[in-house]
Design a protein around this ligand. Structure first.
Ligand SMILES: Nc1ncnc2c1ncn2[C@@H]1O[C@H](COP(=O)(O)OP(=O)(O)OP(=O)(O)O)[C@@H](O)[C@H]1O
Ligand SMILES: [Mg+2]
Length: 244
């Protein structure tokens, strides 16, 4: 069953058509990869989904409900949360306070028991965040900050997690760790829409994927199909990439 479905979405910025009729869907419980070169429209797609960039035409259905045009504060309680490009954690706050901020809307509604339970779950998933609970978030390594950004998003209890370039700027070891954690989230049943420059690593953990070019979907398929596709291999995996 599809949890999110975009139909013919157009969106843009002053004088620039960034999305030119994007249609895609994510199946419940799966990881869907959204791939493409710099400026293809990946971040814009995520921002349209979570209400940060207005969509000019088209329709967005989430969990059988038309959510087109709803603002972020109405979408988060429905189960849509984004981990933004560049992480955007609060460096001066403690790790624990960063996590609790992710649960802000639920704390306001007095869902304290659920929030405590989810904090324990996030700590179980990311033990380093539990150990560093009282440290200033800005003192964490890049990899730990990415874990924190994901942990904070999980504290909003999402049904669909939008991840924008989680591996960007990380050392190779941290990249592997972040991808392992994303795979673990899928095992837990979280549905994920994953934007990545690291196409090979993304397709190894994803179920399906789309390739965006200049605001349009030019390819879609299962991860195996995309990994085997000649154009994908040439454009994103390097001509000599042979192991599939
Ligand atoms: N705030 C903005 N104002 C004006 N133009 C923008 C803005 N954000 C993005 N764009 C333009 O919209 C197009 C799509 O950008 P977008 O950020 O969605 O691409 P992307 O696929 O996420 O790229 P990257 O891999 O560099 O993150 C690009 O041409 C970009 O320059
Ligand atoms: Mg981007």
């Amino acid at each position: 069953m599809s949890l999110l479905r975009l139909s013919s979405i157009t969106a843009g910025y002053r004088g620039l058509q960034a999305l030119r009729g994007v249609s895609l869907h994510t199946n419940e419980g799966e990881i869907t990869a959204l791939l493409g070169a710099n400026g293809a429209g990946k971040t814009t797609t995520l921002n349209v989904i979570c209400g940060l960039v207005p969509c000019q035409s088209g329709q967005i259905i989430f969990n059988d409900e038309d959510i087109t045009g709803l603002p972020p504060e109405r979408l988060v309680p429905k189960g849509l949360t984004q981990v933004p490009e560049g992480r955007q954690i609060f460096g001066d706050l403690t790790v624990r306070d960063n996590l609790l901020l992710g649960a802000y809307w639920r704390l306001r509604r007095h869902y304290k028991t659920e929030v405590d339970r989810d904090l324990q779950e996030v700590h179980a998933l990311f033990p380093a965040l539990s150990e560093a609970g009282q440290r200033r978030a800005g003192t964490l390594s890049g990899g730990q900050q990415q874990m924190l950004a994901i942990g904070r998003a999980l504290m909003a209890a999402p049904r669909l997690l939008l991840l924008d370039e989680p591996s960007s700027g990380l050392a190779p070891k941290a990249v592997t760790e972040v991808f392992d954690k994303i795979a673990a989230l899928r095992q837990r049943g979280t549905t994920i829409l994953l934007v990545e420059q690291n196409v090979s690593a993304a397709l190894q953990i994803a179920d399906r994927g789309y390739v965006l070019e200049v605001g349009q979907v030019v390819l879609e398929g299962t991860s195996q199909e995309l990994l085997a596709n000649r154009d994908v291999r040439r454009a994103y995996l390097g001509k000599d990439y042979e192991e599939v």
